[in-house]
Design a protein around this ligand. Structure first.
Ligand code: PEP
Length: 251
């Protein structure tokens, strides 16, 4: 299965920065085999980035959507709008959305449905806080988030959802999960999926790790059996660094 490498630029880069990133990154990405790179820039860059990425294998993703199709929702952007801007993917349920914008599993589940209805592939983020890990409630948290966010999603639709295991304590902190912690969580997520959908679909589901991934630790994550890719924040902002992450040899 090809690995998927997702760049989450968060609230960073203007048009000039994005253009110079793509110019440098495109040169390196040509050499990358057996993996798919997805860049998720801020909304304001989507239309122009679609043009910049034309003719390359790099895919475009959004960092969020609102679940309504259209109407009086000032400041919001719908699934069909990001699709129209050229997105194939959307990140949903990121811990920063949960933490700073009070996004609940219920809201995220509505966004998941809307994204799927508009033929977007969903990258659904789940993960425990440090406090929850220390309380031994990691598995409970992952199970609740997964089941609630995938409520009303059909077995067929799950094929278009990748699960990103992102321990909150590892995001932007430089403290990545150990290989053992990631392996255990990914295995658990796959076992949960096998209860939600059929065994075959669960075995083929894409489960990716996110949290302080960089060019030095990427190989450790890619070696783990149930890790099918990574979601990268800080280290995806530099084209050379992200290219190194994308170039890691996958056996
Ligand atoms: C993220 O934003 O999803 C993320 C994993 O960030 P970082 O790589 O900076 O920890």
């Amino acid at each position: 299965m090809p690995k998927i490498l997702i760049a989450n630029w968060k609230m960073n880069k203007d048009l000039k920065d994005a253009a110079s990133f793509i110019k440098a990154f495109k040169k390196d990405i040509k050499k990358i085999k057996n993996s798919a790179a997805v860049i998720c820039p801020p909304f304001t860059l989507l239309h122009e980035m679609k043009k910049m990425l034309r003719g390359s294998s790099i895919k475009l993703g959004a960092q969020n959507i609102y679940f309504e199709e259209k109407g009086a929702f000032t400041g919001e952007i719908s699934a069909s709008m990001v699709k129209d801007a050229g997105c194939e993917y959307v990140i949903l349920g990121h811990s920063e959305r949960r933490q700073y914008f009070n996004e609940s599993d219920e809201l995220i589940s509505k966004k998941v449905k809307s994204a799927l209805k508009n033929s977007l592939k969903v990258i659904l983020c789940i993960g425990e806080t440090l406090e929850q890990r220390n309380n031994n409630s990691t598995f409970n948290v992952l199970q609740n988030q997964l089941e609630r966010c995938l409520k009303d999603v059909s077995e067929k639709e799950i094929e278009n959802i990748s699960i990103a295991y992102e321990p909150v304590w590892a995001i932007g902190t430089g403290k990545n999960a150990t290989s053992e912690q990631a392996e255990e969580a990914h295995k658990f997520i796959r076992s949960l999926l096998s209860k939600i959908c059929n065994k075959n679909a669960a075995a083929n589901a894409i489960i990716i790790y996110g949290g302080s991934v960089n060019e030095n630790n990427i190989a450790d994550f890619m070696r783990i059996k149930d890790v099918n890719g990574v979601l990268v924040g800080g280290a995806s902002l530099n084209p050379e660094t992200f290219a190194k992450i994308c170039s890691v040899r996958v056996l």
